[in-house]
Design a protein around this ligand. Structure first.
Ligand code: FMN
Length: 310
């Protein structure tokens, strides 16, 4: 049997399959599902958490699109202190690892949220930098390499836990962002977050989402995600920084494409809305792929995409 273990930012995962932020809440529903099996899941990324509780955006907050969905949840969450004091103590699914996903309106807020999680049993902290920078014009932190780096430096100073930075695809050159956050000290990179989009209700002549715009996810974004992961890999691999590949993964074949492009772990997000138990099937298929090609581990095939020389 191939070895399914991978090392992510210094943390050993039993499997490269992880569940993505915002797609499993704080795990309350999964834990209630009869027969839900955590054993194929390397890690779970909890719902985006801010310093104070947030009520989120007006409805409708999600809409199905061709090959995917748009969401504009607006970071509804009960606030970092509630997550640490009330939700985390109820999560016990070792050896699956748990990561917080943090967001903020200012650079300082990211630091404060990270400090609260630092004093908790969480395994690591993922930074969602696709949020508007309220103090400095409202553009996303993740759209400017200098500001993105400041967020990472601030979070690194606030915690001794591993830090993963989640990059936005809504930029011209994602490798500039990858370089900036690596230099700022991130221990890993998640790629990609959702692509901004909108849906229109033709008869009502209104945007479908209460927030007008939302994030596109699901199979429709997979080719975009693959290209971003492969480009980030060129920058990250020489510096030993692992990537959590994500964006439209549904099957084991999708997942292995991300591994060949350079991903150390692969995430299931939108796919979980159709099949919340999909992780086991994906891991089994990935292992079958390794066996078929005679590989003993995911490390052996990571980033081994063959590129035609012109
Ligand atoms: C309903 C929904 C809520 C999400 N909430 C968050 C969030 O709170 N923080 C975050 O970093 N990403 C969030 N995401 C993005 C996902 O974690 C993931 O990066 C993205 O959807 C791409 O993967 P997928 O195509 O497999 O869903 C959310 C996605 C969806 C669909």
């Amino acid at each position: 049997m191939p070895d399914t273990g991978v090392l992510l930012a210094g943390i050993p995962l039993v499997s490269p399959v992880v569940l993505l932020s915002g797609c499993v809440g704080f795990c309350e529903d999964l834990a209630r599902l009869d027969g839900f099996d955590f054993s194929p899941i390397g890690a779970v990324f909890l719902k985006g958490t801010t310093l104070e509780p947030r009520r989120g955006n007006p409805p409708p907050r999600v809409v199905e699109t061709h090959g995917g969905m748009l969401n504009a949840i607006g970071l509804q969450n009960p606030g970092a202190r509630h997550v640490v004091h009330t939700i985390l103590p109820a999560i016990r699914h070792f050896p699956t690892r748990f990561f917080a996903n943090i967001a903020g309106s200012t650079v300082e807020e990211y630091g404060e949220v990270a400090r609260i999680f630092d004093d908790s049993p969480i395994d690591g902290i993922e930074i969602n930098i696709s949020c508007p920078n309220v103090k400095e014009g409202g553009a996303a932190f993740g759209s400017d390499p200098k500001i993105a780096a400041r967020v990472v430096e601030t979070v690194k100073r606030a915690t001794t836990k591993p830090v993963i930075t989640k990059l936005s695809p809504n930029v011209t050159d994602i490798t500039l962002l990858a370089r900036a956050v690596i230099e700022a000290g991130t221990d890993a990179i998640s790629a990609i977050n959702t692509l901004m989009g909108m849906a229109i209700h033709l008869e009502q002549r209104r945007p479908v989402l209460g927030n007008v715009q939302g994030g596109l996810s699901g199979p429709a974004i997979k080719p975009v995600a693959l290209l971003h992961v492969w480009r980030i890999h060129q920058v990250a691999a020489p510096r030993g920084i692992p990537i959590i590949g994500q964006g439209g993964i549904v099957t084991a074949r999708d997942a292995m494409e991300f591994v060949l492009a350079g991903a150390t772990a692969i995430g299931l997000g939108t796919a979980l809305f159709r099949n919340p138990m999909g992780a086991g099937e994906v891991l089994d298929g990935m292992v079958t792929w390794l066996q078929h090609y005679g590989a003993g581990s995911f490390n052996e095939v990571r980033g081994t995409l063959k590129i035609n020389k012109p």
